[in-house]
Design a protein around this ligand. Sequence first.
Ligand code: NDP
Length: 246
Amino acid sequence: MEQSKWVFVTGGARGIGAGLVRMLVKEGYSVAFTYLSSAITAEALAAECHTADTWCRGFQCDMTDHAAVNALAASLCSEYGSPYALINNAGITRDASLFVMDATRWHEVIRNNLDSVYHTSHALLPHLAENGDACIINISSVTGIKGNPGQSNYAATKAAMIGMTKSMAEELGRFNVRVNVIAPGIIETEMTAGLNDQQLKKLRDLVPLKKLGSTEDIARMAVFLLGQGGRYITGQTFVIDGGMTA
Ligand code: NDP
């Protein structure tokens, strides 16, 4: 049987990343995903997603550690061959008004949200280019488009991902590597599960569709971009926000 195409997903143990992993496997892709500290959750997800025709494996790997990312990428490519796609999803927030944002918060977010994208892209590019048909998806945020008070560090990284994506799309088009951004709005994850009804209503009121997005909403767009529908799309940003930025 032909080996399934495999996808590298960063930060796949929880939230949007876990939604991506589940949908990719459902669509017939094999998946290698990373996490930082959610070992038990990662193990359960990998076990849940293993099928007869595909594999799904979670790896503890800090995306801010360039050498560790290089080592994992090399080991996976040697075991499974070149990946079909890279999805840069891992990201963190360390919110504070810029008045009181110390350098630790600033650099932590830059390292986790932006340096990480350089690390994975640089490590996997030769392999993706070698395929002659490959994709990169960078998970940004509406905050990278319209900003958000208290999130200047986060917004800077998410806007930078959009610029980086456009440059990469222009560089990599000749290898038929398509590079796009998905910019989610407010998505229901563990974070929103902790909010009370009043807080949830406040969030919903910000959205023209009057509901929060789901991890599946993001994963569906990713699967579209990876599939036939995405064959002539590169350098673009797809906003999935229920109309927040309309
Ligand atoms: P979560 O915090 O739920 O999950 C983030 C995942 O990334 C976790 O699995 C975490 O690992 C992993 N991770 C974080 N840093 C690293 C690192 N240095 N190395 C390896 N893994 C790491 O995030 P969300 O699902 O909410 O968000 C996913 C992406 O979507 C982020 O880039 C975020 O900015 C973006 N986004 C999210 C929105 C939302 O409403 N949720 C809205 C817009 C954008 P571990 O589990 O071990 O901690």
